[in-house]
Design a protein around this ligand. Structure first.
Ligand code: MSK
Length: 646
C-alpha cells in the first residue's frame, strides 16, 4: 500500500511538471492574437506568405554560383550551362551549406579564444576552472611550472587561435578520439586540417569550374564538419568552461512563465556566453537591483533564449524562457525591458517586433547587425562597462512598460541541467565509487547497456523548424525513446523543448521504461541529460569516444545514435556531418536540400557501396514521419545490440 502511494505521488508529481503541447500552443496563439492588436508580426504569418516553397531550392537543384544562370535542373534541361549535372549541383550546394555551419560555429569558438586571451586577474574575464586549463595545458604541452595562471591561459588561447590557420597538420583535438577513429579519418582523407582552410576548401571546391564530382564533394563536407566538431566547436566549449566554469548539475525553470510580471526582465539570446555572463553579473549588482526597486520593480530577472539560454542555465541556473521558435513569444508577453542578443539564430523580426512594445532590442556583435536595433559593441576590454550600461537601460525602461498589455502565460516547469562529461563521470562515481583518472570512467554506464537495463543512447540536438509543429517531433520522439529504455543526451533547442515540456527533471523517470527508471533512481539523474549549447555537441563526441574506449569497441558498433528531428540551420548540417564522421548514425526529421540527386542521397544515406557508410562506418537516415523515425531508431539500436551479441 505504502509503495503504491509513493508511486502514485511520483506519477502525480511528474505529470504536474509535464506541460502538454496543446496547452502551450493555446497560449502562444493568445500571445500572437494580442500582439497583432499592436501591429506585431509573427513567424506563423510569414510562413503562410512563403508557402509553397520553391521546389528547385528545396531539392537543391538550383545553381547560383556564377552569373551564366541561375540554372535549374529539369527533365528538359538536365545540365547547367557549364555542363554540371544534377549530382554535382546538389553536392556543391550541400558543401556550401556545410561551410556556413562550420564557419559559424568555429568563429564562435574563435571569439571565445580571443576573450580568453584578454582574460586577466583584474580584467572583465577570469579563469574560473583552473583545473580544466591545467589539463589542456598538459595536453598541449604548455609549460605550467611556476607560471601565472593567466600566462598559461594566454598560451592556451593563442594555440587555440593557431588551430584556425596552421599551415600543416590536423586539428589537435582529434588526438582525443579513439585511435580507430583517428586512423579512419586519416585513411579516408577526412581528417580535419586548419579550420579556416576547410572553409576555404569548401568554397574553392565549389567555385565555378572546380569540383562537380559528388563523392569528392561529400568527402569534403565530412572533413569540413569534422573541423567544426573536433575543432571550432570543441574550442568554444573548452575555452568557455575554462573561463566561465565547467557545468555541473543545477536546477532551473523553463518556459514563458519564468518571465516575471513585477520584475525588470532582460532576455539574453544567441550563443556567445561572453555577453550574457557579463549581463548576469551586473543584473546581480546591488546598485542595479536598488535602482530597479526604486522604479517599483521587485528586482531584475534574466531569462535565456536559444543556446545563450543553455550556456547561462547550466552555469547559473538562469531560467530558460524558450527555444528558437519561442523568441518572438517572449517579446509578445510585453514584459521584456531589454532583449540583448549576441550571434546566431536571432530573428531579424525582433527589431520591428520590439518596437510594437517598449522593449529595447540591443545587438552586441559586428557579426549580427540588425535593423531597428541599438548597437552596443562588446569587446573584452569594455565588456563590464557595456554590460552595466545595458542593464541600466533595461532598468530605466521598466517605467515605459504598458502594464495593461502584459500577458505572461502561466507555464513553468522545473529542470535539472548541466551534465558535462565531467559531471556525468562524477555522478557515475557516486554510484560505484570507482577510481577516476583525468577523464574518468564510464564503465558503469557501459554495464547498464551490456546488461540490457538500458538499450542504448540517443544524442538529440537541433532547432525548431516551422515545417513541423514546434517541439512536437522532439517531444514525441523523446517520450518514445524513454519508454524503450533509451537514455537521452540533449543540447541546443532540443534541450529547451524537453525542459519546457517537463522532461528534464528527475521526476520524468516516471515516463521511462523500467530499466531506465531504475538507472535514473540509482544515479539520481533525469532521463534526459542536458549537455549544453550547439557547440557543446563536441561534449557528446567526447562522451561517445570515452564510452567506446571503456567498452573496448569501435564507435560505430555502439548502440548510440544521433538525431535532429526539427533542425533548420547550416550549423545543423555541419553537425550532422561530424556526428556521422565520428561513427554515429544520424537520423534527421527534416530532409536537407539534397532530394534532387538520388546519388547524393545514396552517398549520405548508405544507399551505395562507396559512400559515407564505407568511409566512416555510419550514415544519415532521412524520414519526415516522426513516428516512423522513432521506430527506425529503436530498430537500429536493437540491430547494433544483436551485432554485439548483447
Ligand atoms: S540555437 S542552431 S536554433 S539548436 Fe543553438 Fe537552437 Fe538550432 Fe540555433
Amino acid at each position: 500500500m505504502e509503495a503504491e502511494k509513493i508511486l502514485n505521488d511520483r506519477i502525480e508529481k511528474a505529470t504536474q511538471n509535464l506541460i502538454p503541447l496543446e496547452k502551450m500552443e493555446e497560449e502562444y496563439a493568445k500571445l500572437i492574437e494580442n500582439g497583432a492588436k499592436k501591429g506585431a508580426d509573427s513567424y506563423t504569418y510569414r510562413v503562410k506568405n512563403q508557402t509553397p516553397h520553391c521546389k528547385f531550392g528545396e531539392e537543391g537543384i538550383c545553381c547560383r554560383i556564377c552569373t551564366m544562370g541561375p540554372c535549374r535542373i529539369t527533365a528538359k534541361a538536365p545540365r547547367g550551362i557549364c555542363g554540371c549535372d544534377v549530382h554535382g549541383i546538389v553536392a556543391r550546394n550541400y558543401v556550401r551549406f556545410t561551410a556556413g555551419g562550420t564557419a559559424t560555429h568555429s568563429d564562435h569558438g574563435r571569439a571565445i579564444c580571443h576573450t580568453l586571451y584578454e582574460a586577466s586577474a583584474d580584467g572583465n574575464y577570469h579563469v574560473k576552472d583552473p583545473e580544466k586549463l591545467m589539463r589542456l595545458a598538459k595536453e598541449w604541452e604548455i609549460p605550467t611550472e611556476g607560471r601565472d595562471i593567466y600566462d598559461i591561459a594566454h598560451d592556451a588561447a593563442l594555440i587555440g587561435l593557431e588551430e584556425y590557420g596552421k599551415p600543416f597538420g590536423f586539428q589537435r583535438f582529434i588526438d582525443r578520439a579513439t585511435p580507430e577513429r583517428k586512423e579512419t579519418w586519416i585513411r579516408e582523407e577526412v581528417a580535419p586540417r586548419a579550420i579556416d582552410r576547410e572553409v576555404s576548401t569548401d568554397l574553392h571546391m565549389t567555385h565555378m569550374g572546380c569540383s562537380s564530382e559528388a563523392y569528392a564533394l561529400i568527402r569534403q563536407a565530412l572533413r569540413s564538419g569534422l573541423s567544426d566538431g573536433w575543432g571550432g566547436s570543441m574550442m568554444g566549449t573548452e575555452m568557455s568552461d575554462i573561463m566561465f566554469g565547467t557545468p555541473m548539475p543545477i536546477d532551473c525553470e523553463a518556459n514563458l512563465g519564468t518571465i516575471k510580471a513585477d520584475y525588470v526582465n532582460i532576455m539574453v539570446h544567441g550563443h556567445d556566453p561572453s555577453v550574457s555572463e557579463m549581463i548576469i553579473y551586473y543584473s546581480e549588482d546591488p546598485e542595479m537591483i536598488q535602482k530597479a526597486k526604486d522604479l517599483g520593480a521587485k528586482g531584475i530577472n534574466v531569462v535565456g533564449v536559444c543556446c545563450t539560454s543553455n550556456e547561462v542555465a547550466m552555469r547559473h541556473g538562469i531560467s530558460m524562457a524558450g527555444n528558437f521558435l519561442q523568441q518572438e513569444n517572449c517579446i509578445l508577453t510585453g514584459a521584456i525591458e531589454a532583449c540583448v542578443v549576441d550571434v546566431q539564430c536571432i530573428f531579424p523580426a525582433l527589431g520591428p517586433l520590439s518596437k510594437c512594445f517598449h522593449t529595447k532590442f540591443i545587438t552586441t556583435s559586428e557579426i549580427a547587425r540588425m535593423p531597428e536595433s541599438q548597437f552596443i559593441q562588446f569587446d573584452p576590454h569594455t565588456a563590464g562597462r557595456d554590460a552595466k550600461k545595458i542593464v541600466e537601460m533595461a532598468v530605466e525602461n521598466y517605467k515605459n512598460r504598458d502594464k495593461d498589455s502584459v500577458y505572461i502565460p502561466d507555464m513553468k516547469t522545473k529542470a535539472t541541467v548541466g551534465y558535462s562529461c565531467e559531471a556525468i563521470v562524477k555522478q557515475l562515481d557516486t554510484v560505484t565509487n570507482s577510481f577516476v583518472d583525468e577523464i574518468g570512467t564510464y564503465k558503469p554506464l557501459v554495464e547498464c547497456v551490456t546488461s540490457g537495463v538500458l538499450r542504448g543512447a540517443v544524442a538529440m540536438v537541433g532547432c525548431n523548424n516551422p515545417r513541423v509543429r514546434a517541439d512536437l517531433a522532439h517531444i514525441s520522439l523523446m517520450k518514445k525513446l524513454l519508454k524503450n529504455d533509451i537514455i537521452l543526451v540533449l543540447s541546443g533547442c532540443s534541450a529547451q523543448a524537453a525542459a519546457k515540456a517537463g522532461l528534464m527533471c528527475k521526476e520524468a523517470k516516471e515516463v521511462c521504461g523500467a530499466g531506465l527508471k531504475r538507472v535514473c533512481e540509482l544515479a539520481d539523474i533525469p532521463p534526459v541529460l542536458h549537455m549544453g549549447s550547439c557547440v557543446d555537441i563536441s561534449r557528446m563526441m567526447l562522451l561517445v569516444n570515452y564510452i567506446a574506449r571503456d567498452w573496448g569497441i569501435d564507435v560505430p558498433q555502439l548502440p548510440i545514435l544521433g538525431c535532429a528531428p526539427e533542425w533548420m540551420s547550416e550549423k545543423a548540417v555541419s553537425i550532422g556531418n561530424y556526428v556521422v564522421a565520428t561513427g554515429i548514425d544520424t537520423f534527421l526529421g527534416i530532409v536537407p536540400y539534397t532530394s534532387g540527386s538520388q546519388l547524393v542521397t545514396d552517398i549520405l544515406c548508405g544507399g551505395v557501396e562507396d559512400g559515407v557508410q564505407s568511409w566512416v562506418g555510419a550514415h544519415f537516415f532521412f524520414e519526415t514521419d516522426i513516428d516512423k523515425l522513432g521506430d527506425m531508431m529503436i530498430e537500429r539500436i536493437e540491430e547494433k545490440r544483436r551485432a554485439l551479441n548483447i
